[in-house]
Design a protein around this ligand. Sequence first.
Ligand code: PYC
Length: 312
Amino acid sequence: MQQIRVIDSHTGGEPTRIIVEGGPDLGTGSMAERAEIFKNEFDAIRTAVVSEPRGSDVWIGGLLCEPCDSNCTAGIIFFNTASYLGMCGHGTIGLMVTLQHLGRIAPGEHSLETPVGTILTRLEPNNRVTLTNVPSYRLCANVEIEVPGFGPVIGDVAWGGNWFFCVKNLEEDLSLSNEPHLTQLTKRIRNSLQQHQITGVNGEMIDHIELYGPARKPENHSRNFVLTPGGSYDRSPCGTGTSAKLACLAADGLLEPGDKWRQESIVGSLFECSYEADGERVIPTLTGQAYISAESTLIFDPADPYRTGIDS
Ligand code: PYC
C-alpha cells in the first residue's frame, strides 16, 4: 500500500502540508517542468494530500524536490485543492520551519527553486523566516467591472508569484464574523473577471482576490481578506498577495523602497514587509513565523473509494 509522509505547519493560522517522502518521481527538469509532469501524470496525489477527507480547501500542499542547482537548498512545488501555485509565501515560511524540524537546515540563508523562479530565504531564531520573493508588478490599474449584487468594483491586476485582483473601491468590514459575506463578494468578483475575460499575462486566470481595509492595531498599516483558488480565505496575510499589493502601492507612489509595510490578515496574523525597486517591478521581502503542527503518514487503502480525495 502506498504511503506518503507529510509534515504540517501553519503560518499565521494558514496551514501547509509538505510531502517529505513517498511523493512522485518528477525527473530532474526545472520546477516548472516538474510541475507540468505532476499535473499531467500524478494529479491524484495532489487531491489525495489536500482535498477532503484528509484536507480541505484551506490547505496548501508542497512537494519537496531535489533542486536543479546544487547551490539551492531545495525545490518546491506548491498546490491546493483547485490546482498548482506559482509560489506561496506562507507555504515557503512553513517549508523552512519544516526543513529545520527535520534537521536538514540551520539558521541562515537558503535559496529555493519554485516553478516561477528562485527565491532567497533566511531562517531566523524563533521560527521566523524572511523571504525575498520573485519580482512582482502591476499589470493593469483601476480595472472596473460590474459585480452582480454589488455594483461596480475597481481594482488592480497584479503579479506576486500568483495572479491577484487587488480591490480598491470597497470599504468592507474585515472581521472574521463577516467572512461569509466577504467570501461571497470575492467569489462574485472572480466570476465577473472571468466573464469579462480579464486575466493575467497569456490568459492566465486571476484566481486570488484581495480586499483591503484599515489595520486593527495602530502599529500595522493594513488588514486584508484574500480569497484563494479553492474558495477559502487565507488565514495568513498571503505572501504572494502582499507582494502584489506592494507592487500596486509602489506603482501609485504610496510606498517608497525600503519603507516598512505591516500587513495584518483577517485573523490578525502579521507579515512585516518592504520592497526594493527593480525598474517597473518590485522585489518584495516578507517576514513571518510558522509552527509545526503534525507529522503524519498518509495511507492509501486500495479499498477506500475516497483514497485520492473527494473531487470538487
Ligand atoms: O502566502 O502566498 C501565499 C498564499 C497563497 C495562497 C495562500 N497563501
